[in-house]
Design a protein around this ligand. Structure first.
Ligand SMILES: Nc1ncnc2c1ncn2[C@@H]1O[C@H](COP(=O)(O)OP(=O)(O)OP(=O)(O)O)[C@@H](O)[C@H]1O
Length: 447
């Protein structure tokens, strides 16, 4: 393959991986040669780069390469200008002092605070993220953000990084996923460069680690993470962590790490509610207006989508993107009919109905009481509170009416259900145990 062909391939890669990823990961690598045994050699600025590109873009590179050079069956990444590097002694300290780049994972330019729609389910997480993004005194360390898939954890972390770049350009901000932390650590171990690794991580002013649940069960990575964490906290450097669940729900995590993670501010991104979903759709439509200025969208479509697609924001956004692309392709306005046609599969998939029985069973299990006591007439508190929780969840998660719910709870009146639902709504705010119970149950039911 010639350098020109590599140039053309880079252009194609740019459109496949997106501009941001391209600039960060593909542009800095260079095609070197194809060896006799079908190995395509690329030069990379650091070994970590090679590992990252190979893990994330290896298949894509290979696929594109095989169109131009069918003999290629494998990729190899070598440090730039060190062709025979493996055979060479390690560089003298003066040379190795040349600063290694600590690659922050690429930030998505769209993930800013401006584009983050705030509603009840995420207002606390948003406020905490905003506070950290000011780059002022470290008041809570770490900030631990958690929540289910696609609820905006990564969006908030990138937004913090974007803001810090503007507010505090003097700070060395590092954002990476826990998986990347592990690659970087393993790489350092393999190359016997642990001192460099430690030094680099300890020179960071703000460390953000996304999806920390990834290191559960990975003992040495946890150990190193713990030391990095402690060293930074001791220096009063801000740490921001995200995970798909609360620290005490992450299995196979060492206790000392768990308690460290809990020692700052732990905030939950709750599943979206209807109003938040509608807000997100409305804000997305505004951005689409620039791209598709003449496209008409009928009244009621966004409300319909916000009602019907309650899984996660990523699915919601994907549905809207598809809808706009489809409508502009066929040159038609977005009507209800077109929406149902175009999104039939998404709508079917999110159609999974949670039944009243399922809720009753899960709640009884959760509170260790018998199903018959949950539904039955006894009014002792041990049964009455779980019963109200179950009624509340039936109201939230099913489309059943209050009289219908009442009937299924031993023939109770709809006003009893209404009272139960109200009581739990109040308690959720005051009583964190109830709030946690509901969250756990909701997740289990929606899983
Ligand atoms: N409140 C919000 N306002 C606007 N966009 C949002 C909001 N919440 C989530 N999104 C969008 O939803 C998508 C998924 O969000 P994100 O990647 O941050 O989720 P996540 O919680 O990190 O999920 P995962 O656990 O899968 O990593 C992104 O495109 C993000 O911009």
């Amino acid at each position: 393959m010639t350098k020109e062909q590599w140039g053309a391939m880079q252009d194609q890669l740019s459109s496949s991986v997106g501009e941001n990823n391209y600039k960060t990961w593909i542009a800095p690598i260079d095609f070197d040669r194809i060896e006799a045994d079908g190995v395509a050699v690329f030069s990379v600025p650091t070994n970590f780069f090679g590992t990252y590109v190979s893990q994330h873009y290896g298949d894509l590179l290979l696929a594109k390469l095989s169109l131009v050079a069918p003999e290629v069956s494998r990729l190899k990444f070598r440090l730039a200008n060190t062709d025979t590097q493996q055979a060479q002694p390690r560089p003298a300290p003066a040379q190795s002092a040349q600063p290694d780049v600590l690659p922050s994972a690429p930030l998505d330019a769209r993930f800013t605070f401006d584009r983050f729609v705030v509603g009840k389910p995420n207002e606390l997480a948003h406020a905490a993220a905003k506070r950290v993004a000011e780059g002022g005194l470290v008041t809570f360390n770490p900030l631990f953000l958690y929540g289910g898939v696609g609820l905006g954890k990564t969006h908030l972390m990138h937004a913090i990084a974007h803001d810090l770049k503007t507010n505090r350009p003097d700070l060395n901000v590092l954002y990476l996923s826990a998986e990347q932390f592990m690659y970087r650590f393993v790489q350092a171990l393999r190359e016997r460069r642990m001192m460099d690794f430690k030094e680099l991580f300890r020179s960071v002013d703000v460390l953000m680690v996304d999806d920390v649940q990834f290191i559960a069960g990975k003992d040495s990575t946890q150990e190193e993470f713990f030391h990095t964490f402690n060293a930074l906290v001791d220096q009063n450097k801000q740490i921001i962590i995200s995970a798909d669940r609360a620290p005490d729900e992450i299995k196979d995590l060492e206790n000392r790490i768990r308690s460290r993670l809990q020692s700052g501010l732990v905030v939950d991104l709750h599943p979206t509610d209807y109003e938040l979903r509608l807000g997100i759709l409305q804000s997305k439509v505004l951005t689409y207006r620039e791209q598709y200025p003449s496209l008409q969208i009928d009244d009621g479509i966004l409300e319909f989508l916000a009602h019907r697609i309650s899984t996660n924001v990523r699915v919601l956004e994907g549905a809207l993107t598809r809808l706009f692309a489809f409508a502009s392709l066929v040159g038609q306005p977005i009507t209800m009919e077109l929406t149902q046609d175009c999104l039939a599969d998404v709508l079917r998939a999110s159609d999974r109905k949670i039944s009243i029985e399922e809720i009753q069973r899960k709640v009884a299990e959760h509170y260790h009481i018998r199903l018959s006591d949950l539904i039955g007439p006894k009014r002792v508190r041990n049964f009455a509170r779980p019963r109200q929780v179950a009624m509340y969840l039936c109201k939230q998660l099913t489309a059943r009416s209050l009289p219908e719910i009442g009937r299924r709870f031993g023939g109770r009146d709809h006003t009893t259900v209404m009272h139960g639902v109200k009581r739990i709504e109040e308690l959720r705010i005051k009583d964190s145990q109830i709030a946690d119970d509901i969250e756990l149950l909701r997740r289990a039911l929606e899983a």
